[in-house]
Structure formats: C-alpha cells, structure tokens
Design a protein around this ligand. Structure first.
Ligand SMILES: [Zn+2]
Length: 207
C-alpha cells in the first residue's frame, strides 16, 4: 500500500507542516484527553508523522467546548478542525475539537470517538476527505480507524522536502491568520438524518 500509482487520487490539501512533525497541547478533561492520546498513539505508531504532546502552547491545540458550541450542535457537527495556513502553504496553527454533547447523544463508543479524533488529526496533518469508505478520512466515518491508504497519503504529502514543496522557502513571521480556511465535519448517523441532507451540508461546508 505504500507504493503510489500516478493515477491514484491523492486526497490531501495543499497545505502541510514544514516537516512531518508537530506539537500538540490537549486542553480537554481527563476522559477526552485519553481519547486524543489514543488517537495520537495510533498515528504515531504508523511512523509517517510524529505528534509530540506538550504542556504549553503548541502548533496543534485540542480545545474543549467553544463559544460557538451551540451552533456546532445545531449543525450536527461531531468534530471540527480549524487549520490556519499561510500563502506559502505552511500550516501556522490548528485547533481541533470534538463536540462531546453530540458524541454522547448519538452513543459513540470510546473507540468510535478515537476514530473521530484520528480523522481530525488527519486534517491537522493536511489530509483532505477521502471518497473511499475504507479510510479514516471518509467524510462520515465513525467505524473506521487509520487505514493503509491514510498512512500512504500522509507519506505522500510529506514526501517532498520543504525547499521543493513550499511556494517559497523563507518562513515569514507576518502571515499568521492569513488565508484562514475552516474545515468542518459533519458526521450524522444515517438513521437520524437523510443522506441528502448530509450531502448538502457537506457540500456546503467542506472545501
Ligand atoms: Zn473531516
């Protein structure tokens, strides 16, 4: 699975971190900290990207309930990834969030919550949604963990050295919040919502 076909679709975004590593600060409570730690350990075990959990400010911040929590709940978003990148395609910072209220409402198991966290970490690295259902980056995954195709896509995204990958190699300091893109996920159980509604929502909110 690690070999890439030239015709294989590559569901990755144009942006990524400088190299295949990033620091993570987890600001959630004990239960969700364990969920995120499990998801981080799954990704780290694949050896294509290294997440390092730190106590202080980090490149990736995992946040508890936000000020717009009610609007997330109203839209049935169970996970969100806010990725800030600059014009050179470098990721500046990432905020990840699981909507605890909805995960509880729809009775996601702990393992399923870990799957959702793995999906959000995929966005944090620069992965886009994968139309293949057997991928952790499938837009409505709940039951699927990190798959070989996901590992291959991270390897692909970080295969070029920074000097070749980024639009310019000089890292500027004045680009924070430039070109801010918001990636929003909607994962609804089909029994609660029609496919049509879900696809409309996804089409309208995911870039
Ligand atoms: Zn997503």
């Amino acid at each position: 699975m690690s070999r890439r076909s030239p015709t294989r679709p590559t569901p990755v975004n144009p942006w990524r971190f400088e190299t295949a590593q990033a620091t993570v600060q987890i600001k959630t409570g004990a239960y969700y900290t364990s969920v995120w730690e499990r998801a981080i350990n799954v990704w780290n075990s694949k050896r294509v990207f290294k997440f390092t959990i730190v106590k202080g400010p980090a490149q990736i911040t995992i946040v508890p309930a936000q000020s717009d929590e009610n609007s997330l709940i109203a839209k049935d978003y169970v996970g969100v990834a806010y990725v800030d990148h600059d014009a050179t395609k470098r990721i500046i910072s990432v905020r990840l969030h699981l909507v605890h209220t909805l995960l509880k409402k729809y009775a996601y198991t702990t393992s399923q919550r870990v799957n959702v966290a793995e999906h959000e970490l995929g966005h944090a690295m620069g992965l886009a949604h994968n139309p293949i259902k057997q991928s952790v980056m499938y837009k409505s995954t709940r039951y699927v963990s990190v798959q070989p195709v996901d590992v291959a896509n991270v390897r692909y995204l970080y295969s070029l050295p920074p000097a070749q990958y980024f639009i310019n190699t000089a890292q500027t300091s004045s680009t924070v919040n430039a070109n801010k893109d918001i990636v929003t996920d909607s994962w609804m159980k089909v029994i609660f919502n029609s496919h049509e509604r879900e696809s409309e929502r996804v089409a309208g909110t995911v870039h």
